[in-house]
Design a protein around this ligand. Structure first.
Ligand code: ADP
Ligand code: MG
Length: 383
């Protein structure tokens, strides 16, 4: 069989000729259908795992160190297990891998020296969560057969990204990469971590359009939004002590006259939680038109209230909405570039692909990547 495993095996052999036969792990990326910037506010999200994934080959190396090479970055790193306790971030891709190794050690997992080879089919930095996929696949590889509860893997990877990489992300990406399931999206409550599979109507296709841009300011605005949410929460808690997160905030509380930018941010979170619920219900009822309406409303809220869109993404959304067979379109992921997610009639996908590429090339001179996304399974070892 020719496939990712066979190709990766050849690359593994070439890089680590003396290694014993490697094992391979796969962790998928995800596309968030609806519910953005709600996860770190204990809210609702509805992502699905996708076929694109991060693959890691791994074998013992008999050393007291990990050697890691990323085919995508064409770069490698070696680090000793003994040095993990005092490891400092290097501010590059290796932080994701060293971060999970350090967390595994802190969790008391016995670690052995291993060689890892990484290769991913997820576009990097496009909002399809190549980072969580890298964390999850690396964790499974470094566990080397030691058992860890799937939810513990999720928390461990989130800690690595929060504390070591330094991105204050919520739990959605890691959760989806671990718990994704073929054929369904996952409605997740980021407070209770209860989740439900939601099958998509058969007629619907989910298509990602990658704007191919990632504006520098994205990372700092993400932090700023996290802090704005904390600020508005604190103000509301003074009046309503029962409120412990934006999840508890109601539209009425926001109407109480805080004339302040962070209130717009909270309005996005509160309305987005309601849209996730409504979208899931519409999905179950097969009401594709309504699903599309919630999609587009979500985009407008991210654009105007949360202010995390950018001209390229707004262009892709507006252009998609003029096309036949497109029910809704929105920014997906953190914002300031990355991908839009489009809800299409399956039959309309080929024409949509052609037209959106033409339109974006004409206006921005950029050829966007257009990906048909099928809901796939969560992380596993490859047989
Ligand atoms: P996203 O998760 O949306 O793709 P992030 O900015 O959160 O975007 O994560 C992207 C970062 O993850 C990259 O800049 C790189 O540091 C790391 N990364 C992702 N995939 C790989 C890979 N295959 N090899 C090495 N690093 C990777
Ligand atoms: Mg990420």
């Amino acid at each position: 069989m020719v496939g990712p495993k066979t190709e990766l095996e050849a690359k593994f052999r070439a890089r680590y000729p003396a290694a014993p036969p490697p094992r391979f792990f796969r962790a998928p990326g995800r596309i968030n259908l609806i519910g953005d910037h709600t996860d770190y506010n204990e809210g609702l999200v509805m992502p699905m795992a996708i076929e694109s994934a991060c693959y890691v080959g791994v074998a013992d190396n008999g050393l007291d160190a990990f050697r890691v090479f990323s085919e995508d970055m064409q770069d490698g790193v070696e680090f000793r297990i003994a040095d993990l306790d005092a490891a400092k971030p290097r501010r590059n891709w290796t932080d994701y891998v060293i971060g999970v190794a350090a967390e595994l050690k802190r969790a008391g997992v016995p670690l052995k020296g291993r060689d890892l080879l990484i290769e991913s089919t997820i576009p990097v930095g496009a909002g399809l969560s190549s980072s969580a996929a890298l964390e999850v696949a690396s964790t499974l590889a470094m566990l080397g057969g030691s058992r860890m509860e799937p939810l513990e893997v999720v928390h461990l990877c989130q800690r690595a990204e929060n504390d070591f990489v330094g991105v204050p992300c919520g739990i959605m990406d890691q959760f989806t990469s671990v718990f994704g399931r073929a054929g369904v999206a996952i409605k997740l409550d980021c407070r209770s971590l209860e989740y439900e599979p939601v099958p998509l109507p058969r007629k619907v296709a989910i298509v990602a359009v990658n704007s191919m841009v990632k504006h520098e300011l994205g990372a700092s605005v993400y932090r700023e939004r996290v802090n704005e949410c904390k600020a508005v929460l604190q103000a509301i808690t003074e009046k309503h002590p029962e409120v412990t997160s934006l999840r508890d905030v109601t539209a009425d509380m926001l109407a109480e006259g805080y004339n302040w930018v962070p209130v717009k941010r909270a309005r996005h979170v509160v309305s987005e939680n309601m849209r996730v619920q409504a979208f899931a219900n519409a999905c179950r009822a097969g009401s594709i038109q309504s699903m599309g309406v919630y999609f587009t409303q979500s985009h407008r809220s991210l654009q105007h209230d949360y202010e995390v869109s950018c001209p390229e993404i707004d262009f892709l959304v507006d252009s998609a909405l003029t096309q036949n067979g497109c029910f809704g379109a929105r920014l997906t992921g953190g914002g300031f570039g990355g991908c839009t997610v489009n809800l299409l009639n399956r039959d309309a996908v080929p024409d949509f692909r052609t037209r959106i590429r033409e339109a974006y090339r004409y206006s921005y001179g950029i050829d966007p990547q257009v990906l048909l996304c099928e809901p796939g399974n969560g992380a596993s070892m490859l047989a």
